[in-house]
Design a protein around this ligand. Sequence first.
Ligand code: PHE
Length: 509
Amino acid sequence: MKLPEMQVAVLESASADDPTPVEQIAEEVDEPPQAVTRAAFELQEEGLVSVAERTETEYALSEEGETYAYDGLPEHSLWVGGLSNDAVDEPIELGQAIGHAGLEDEQVEIALSNFARKGMGTIDSGTIQVDPDFDLEGDAERAILEVLRGEEGEFDPDEADEDALASLQRRGLVDTAESTVREVTLTDEGVTAMMEGVEVAETVGQVTPELLTSGEWQDVEFADYNVEADAETVHGGKSHPLREMSERVKDVLVGMGFEEMQGPHVDADFYINDCLFMPQDHPARNHWDRFALEEPAAIDRENLPPDLVDRVESAHRDGVGPDGEGYHSPWDEDFARALALRGHTTNLSVRHLAGLAEGELEPPQRYFSIEKAYRNDTLDSTHLLEFFQIEGWVMAEDLSVRDLMGTFTEFYEQFGITDIEFKPHYNPYTEPSFELFGRHPETDELIEIGNSGIFRPEMLEPLGVEADVMAWGLALERLFMLATGAEDIRDVHGTLVDLDFLRTEEVVY
Ligand code: PHE
């Protein structure tokens, strides 16, 4: 009998008495397990071997489990802390034992509940008393963690204490992963074939240019493909779902007649704040909220247009128009020259409105950008330190709040979001101002999705704009969450992303 090389190798490694795992054959013949699996299934098809499958569970320490495997379980540290402070005959202050145990804040709760569960002593109204007879060494959870550290040989789940193993899984200290083990056994037919002699057939697995040009392809034997054989999942390259969402938003806005703006990520505070009639003592301008640049720390004086600087300064000091009211507070050009990562992309709107990007603009105009903004926020499920802002503005004669709301309604409808809510808001640069909210499809929570308004004369007049301008900054990530149901933005982008989600999530109209 003639068979392809890999099948012959598998036949030779397999036996009729003992099932041989595919992994072991792969190692013996020095071929990838996938190729061996494929050959085994082909042989099974021909009746020469049988392939048995079973699922095996693998156990491994989680990150937290690993820490405790080396440092000891928190409840053990607490017990030791109590013991070393003589909390045997008389209870002592709990704080004293915790302090001695060197527990992190988030470990205290864990230590207390497990201490109680394992009956390691008594905790009562802020005091602790330890049971000196508790057998620390004999704690089955500890034993498992230590074996899983991998320094004392293989972990055998059948030998481990079942309750302790389940408890460690519940505590998130031990993770499990399922894998499929396949074992190959020679059938009677296989044994007969081996006895009669099996030879390697020269088969061709792939058509090459050489085979074609030489005409040799006419004489060779081609290997059969088994299209039903198990194969490894291949995750091909794919654009990031957030990128796809950004492309969709771009399509929608271009469809609504908007042109795209571009501009610097690092900009002078003058464009990020002062031109927006943001007072220089506004809380968002303090150094905690912004990412300031160290080198260079400021834009050169001659790089700011002097006329614009004068007009902005005068708006801040005295306001605009006959009844204008400015802030009457100090305004310092040096403060305005400081460079920072933009906290919003409204600096792009400013540069365009001031005629510094595309030249003087006559109404009507519509512009947008989908660009990163940077804020020193606290990370949580809806906040990242950098996020994409969907900035936009419309310049026209006689704009009203209805135009603003109508634009949002039309925009969000394209993403199936039909229940946006508006809340009155305050921005130094818009009057009136509105925050936008949308309901999360999974959590039903009302989440903020944007901020908007009609630019004030104190902002527009210094920029030389005579028409009305309505404007907004919407968060791309929040739109993404509402449109896809993603519940935690950290799963979507940043260092903690959920790869499975990114591989499978689709962004569709
Ligand atoms: N800059 C505002 C923000 O980041 C958004 C906004 C832009 C609001 C333009 C009104 C007008 O929240």
